[in-house]
Design a protein around this ligand. Structure first.
Ligand code: AMP
Ligand code: MG
Length: 341
């Protein structure tokens, strides 16, 4: 069974007898610190392997470019030149930074690609179960501001205006990579495909004879319980963000791995947000942004985002409250019995 943090991929109970000779193939590799899964339909195994190898190679190349863990990545080499003149960057890095700034602008900085200094402090705080020291937090917070990341679309350069600034694309890179993996499959002639990594799924054409890919949204209180809602998606992306899996408890408060750039601390809402959008980069970044913004401002952002819909599930006192954006009700949901696989 394919699980992607709060999302479950389902197949039909009726069996997989397809009206064409297409067969289902599934491949898994580790990239971007997570298991990356591809499901695709082709006529033979050799074609499936060729296509998936090419897609994984593309994801590996993106990881090398975008990683903030690898000091040699193009992203980290750009950060080393913070405070200096503009730096010529690759088309891939430019595109992801551009999309990140778009989300930073739209979310009024709730999503911020320059959040790395506080994320680093916060990762240490989570390991030590201790809030960061006030002075260190202030220093890190002062380095976070997406307005100080300058992109020049003509010269294809990027500049970090102040020394010490650092980028983190962890909230968008996986969704972007899922889109790119499917684009590679398409160029290899594979139209029916799915890419899933961590909490992000992008789908192309549905499996043969099906109306879409069945993606279940797991309940917040117990991700292992069968999903209550099963979406039927084609040419869409779905991402989840929240504190369901990665969090830390310090002095009785539960903090997420996602940081509110205004405070420099992990978000304290006990919540999970599922976003459906036109592409993976949008779904991924939007889910992170909506979680930081909280239910009211977050859902307002979803309403303003073209073709996006979201479900925000959060705990209010002892109750679980579910709030949907307006377009959520228009999403196609499963009408036939499906079973987890
Ligand atoms: P996701 O799991 O897609 O919600 O992304 C979480 C990751 O995004 C974290 O592990 C950080 O690398 C990064 N991140 C944390 N807080 C923010 C933020 N406020 N804006 C942008 N990226 C963030
Ligand atoms: Mg995200």
């Amino acid at each position: 069974m394919v699980r992607a943090r709060g999302l479950v991929l389902l197949c039909m109970m009726a069996g997989t007898s397809s009206p064409t000779a297409l067969q289902r193939f599934e491949f898994r590799q580790t990239h971007m610190g997570s298991e990356f899964k591809l499901i695709l339909y082709t006529t033979d195994e050799a074609a499936a392997r060729r296509a998936s190898d090419a897609a994984f190679a593309r994801v590996a190349a993106l990881d090398q470019t975008l990683s903030d863990y690898d000091p040699e990545s193009e992203l980290m080499r750009l950060c080393q030149r913070a405070g200096g003149p503009p730096v010529a960057i690759s088309d891939d890095l430019f595109r992801v930074l551009d999309r990140s700034l778009e989300m930073a602008r739209a979310s009024d900085g709730a999503f911020d690609p320059t959040v790395n200094p506080v994320v680093r402090l916060w990762r240490r705080a989570r390991r030590q179960r201790k809030l960061p020291d006030g002075a260190a937090l202030e220093k890190a917070r002062a380095l976070v501001n997406w307005r100080d990341l300058k992109l020049d679309p003509v010269a294809r350069t990027a500049r970090l205006a102040r020394a010490g600034m650092k980028l983190d694309l962890g909230g968008i890179a996986k969704g972007f990579a899922a889109d790119e993996a499917l684009a590679v499959l398409k160029r290899a002639g594979v139209l029916s495909g799915l890419a899933a990594v961590a909490g992000d799924i992008t789908v192309a054409d549905p499996p043969p004879g099906e109306p879409g890919w069945f993606v279940g949204v797991a309940p917040l209180d117990d991700p292992n319980r069968p999903p209550e809602t099963v979406l039927t998606l084609r040419h869409r992306s779905v991402s989840t963000s929240g504190d369901a899996e990665r969090f830390v408890e310090i002095d009785g408060r539960r903090y997420s791995h996602i940081v509110d750039p205004r405070t420099g601390l992990g978000v304290v809402d006990r919540a999970s947000v599922t976003v459906v959008a036109a592409d993976g980069a949008t779904a991924d970044a939007l889910a992170t942004a909506v979680y930081v913004l909280g239910v009211d401002r977050g859902l307002a952002l979803v309403e303003r985002t073209e073709r996006a819909a979201a479900r925000f599930v959060h705990q209010v006192d002892d109750r679980i409250e579910v709030r949907d954006s307006r377009r959520w009700a228009d999403l196609p949901v499963r009408s036939i019995p499906a079973v987890a696989r």
